[in-house]
Design a binder for this molecule. Structure first.
Ligand code: NI
Length: 171
């Protein structure tokens, strides 16, 4: 296993559409393992393949929290097939370091996906897990959580983020 480099906004790969996975082979398994290790190492609660530069419809999520047993979800070709309710949670993203903002999402969702061997799966979720599923699937569409902010909030984000990047360059 290997920890991969996480791409940061404004890397153009993060804006690309990821393609469906059709081959459930050793290469896919390796990518899923690397992504899992990268997510835990960060640490984060979710990671999508384009964040490590692979434009494939593959995400990993673990929202269990550090005091609970792990609950790793490796989801290939995930899609939301049912949703209801509304929630506004503060979100962050490993590709947008040091920036957090409240985003409106569905509060309950059902995600259909395939496991790493290609078997069909389905999982219902609410709360943080439901938010993470929507956030990670957005990545496969080239959408970041900051793209879901109001135009005003987005322009504030851009200014703040440019400042942060400059600080990091000079550090
Ligand atoms: Ni993210």
């Amino acid at each position: 296993m290997a920890v991969r480099t996480i791409l940061h906004y404004p890397d153009p790969l993060l804006k690309q559409l990821s393609v469906p996975v059709t081959r459930f082979d050793a290469e896919l398994q390796q990518l899923a393992k690397d992504m899992t290790e990268t997510m835990y190492d960060a640490p984060g609660v979710g990671l999508a393949a384009p964040q490590v530069g692979e434009l494939k419809r593959l995400i990993v999520i673990d929202c269990s929290g550090k005091d609970n047993p792990p609950d790793l979800i490796v989801a290939v070709n995930p899609e939301i097939i049912a949703q209801e309710g509304e929630t506004c949670e503060e979100e962050g993203c490993l590709s947008v370091p040091e920036y957090y903002a409240t985003v409106k999402r569905f509060s309950q969702v059902t995600m259909k996906y395939q496991d790493i061997e290609g078997n069909p799966r389905q999982r219902q979720a609410e709360g943080l897990l439901a938010v993470a599923m929507q956030h990670e699937i957005d990545h496969l569409q080239g959408v970041l959580f900051v793209d879901r902010l109001s135009p005003l909030k987005r322009s504030i984000f851009r200014k703040k983020y440019q400042k942060l990047m400059k600080q990091r360059e000079n550090a």
